[in-house]
Design a protein around this ligand. Structure first.
Ligand SMILES: Nc1ncnc2c1ncn2[C@@H]1O[C@H](COP(=O)(O)OP(=O)(O)OP(=O)(O)O)[C@@H](O)[C@H]1O
Ligand SMILES: [Mg+2]
Length: 462
């Protein structure tokens, strides 16, 4: 009981935003909310889901469990995500949940991209909904957000660049992720990046509308927290949070409870990154800041734009480590046959989006199955193209390679090895896409010429 005699401390007046947030959201703490115990009991001892054999439980999120399963027919591992509507929502809402689950599974299933987890199948197991997807045999990016486990800067930028390109693909297909965070970006043992959980956030948000937010709001955009309609730019903000964390080892918007996190996302700027890590190049600080703009109009407008700046930053980071400045080798570049139809100024323009470096004999220049946005022109030396460890072609000075992956958007179909010491020019497709139309056309012409030469060489062999 309050002592009336004592002067009570004046209560700090609550900020109107805090009261608004309180009426909109409930919930405590960070991290995924608990899966209810009945849920776990109902799944205990489960041996199969649909056609899949259950091998082990590999994860738990706010929506349910993730299992490692085995497809006995195709003989491959699968990740199986299983969830169900909360017990107390009523049949009508439960039905809506199931409907939504399968619509989202369909839209995520439509996305065919090497850096997006493939959805194989979806179905019902008793009253649970499940989704069978590509199994990822590596960690999530959360592992690399810890202070003592940060990745080299150039790797971070490369990962973000690849993620951006994959999100750009999804956005162009009309799918917004809505829940981009380190836990939903995974790194396979092979080094490939995979984004998981497309569309899941939508189901999650409907499921929890009556129960308060589940999971951490630390990566939500201000407009998401304000429950405004979201568009592609919401993913750009979330990606900015991931970039911040991978570079600094700290969350952009940390907090002890939902309210303080959400208040920070809407109102406060993160701690300046350069204070946490003074050696960060200015360009990375600027890129992150732009992605994290509270006002969507001030952010990158598309993931393509975001990717472009990351590519520029990557080029800078690499230049300080391995490559010769392309501008210094103008004469050398200008003299190769690939550029015979280019004017000097056009070659200079191309040099802005490329780097030139040496590759010692025996080293791999591109690897089969790799996804990179660049293609190459051999400036000196000789290289061999290999498929299944067999030499299938030779590349000589002035010829290009890797352009098929760029033109078709597919992974690399063959490996290229340096047969002698080589000098290689690497051209970023993302940067080239921003060059003048004339330069792009000249490239297409040279690609066509190169292709005809290749075809005629293989005809001679036959
Ligand atoms: N396709 C997959 N292959 C292998 N492991 C996976 C796969 N999908 C998810 N996981 C693992 O399962 C864990 C739980 O995933 P889930 O998507 O349910 O929750 P989350 O993304 O961690 O958090 P939230 O509940 O907030 O979405 C992940 O952190 C990851 O380690
Ligand atoms: Mg997830």
């Amino acid at each position: 009981m309050a002592d009336k005699g004592k002067k009570s401390k004046p209560q700090a007046k609550e900020h109107p935003l805090t009261s608004w947030l309180k009426t909109k959201f409930r919930g405590k703490g960070e991290g995924p909310g608990p899966v209810d115990t009945q849920f776990l009991t109902d799944l205990s001892g489960i041996k199969t889901i649909g056609r899949y054999e259950i091998v082990s439980q590999i994860g738990q999120g706010s929506m349910g469990l993730v299992y490692l399963g085995r497809d006995p027919y195709i003989k491959r591992n699968v990740g199986i995500k299983i969830s169900r509507p909360a017990a107390d929502v009523g049949e009508e809402k439960a039905e809506k949940y199931r409907e939504r689950f399968f619509i989202e599974a369909q839209s995520a299933g439509r996305l065919m991209h090497p850096n997006i987890v493939s959805i194989y199948d979806a179905g019902m197991h008793k009253d649970f909904c499940y989704m069978a997807m590509e199994y990822i045999d590596g960690p999530t990016l959360k592992t690399f957000c810890k202070n003592n486990q940060l990745l080299p800067m150039s790797n971070v930028v490369e990962i973000m660049f690849i993620t951006c390109k994959a999100l750009d693909h999804a956005h162009k297909m009309g799918v917004i992720h809505r829940d981009i965070k380190p836990l939903n970006i995974m790194l396979k043992k092979s080094g490939h990046i995979k984004i998981t959980d497309f569309g899941i956030a939508q189901i999650k948000s409907e499921q929890i509308a009556s129960k308060g937010i589940v999971g951490s709001p630390s990566y939500m955009s201000p407009e998401q927290i304000r429950q405004k309609p979201v568009e592609n730019r919401t993913d750009i903000f979330s990606l900015g949070c991931v970039l911040y964390e991978l570079l600094t080892g700290q969350m952009a918007f940390p907090g002890m409870d939902y309210l303080s996190i959400m208040y920070k996302v809407i109102k406060e700027e993160p701690i300046p990154m350069e204070k946490i890590r003074p050696e960060l190049p200015e360009i990375l600080v600027k890129i992150t800041k732009k992605a994290l703009a509270k006002d969507p109009d001030q952010r990158y407008q598309t993931c393509e734009d975001f990717a472009y700046d990351l590519r520029v930053a990557l080029r800078g980071l690499r230049e300080t480590t391995k490559s010769t400045k392309a501008e210094d080798v103008f004469d050398y570049v200008n003299s190769v046959s690939f550029f015979e139809n280019f004017t000097k100024d056009q070659v200079k323009e191309v040099l802005k989006s490329s780097s030139v470096f040496k590759v010692p004999r025996g080293e791999e220049m591109v690897a089969e199955g790799e996804i990179k946005d660049s293609f190459f022109i051999l400036l000196s030396g000789k290289a061999v193209v290999q498929k299944n460890n067999k030499n299938i072609a030779v590349i000589s000075r002035g010829e290009c390679f890797g352009e098929m992956a760029y033109l078709s958007g597919q992974v690399r179909a063959a490996t290229v090895l340096a047969e002698t010491d080589c000098i290689l020019m690497e051209i970023s497709a993302t940067l080239l896409d921003r060059s003048s139309e004339t330069v792009q056309l000249l490239f297409l012409k040279s690609f066509a010429k190169n292709l005809i030469q290749r075809l005629s060489k293989s005809n001679v062999k036959e």
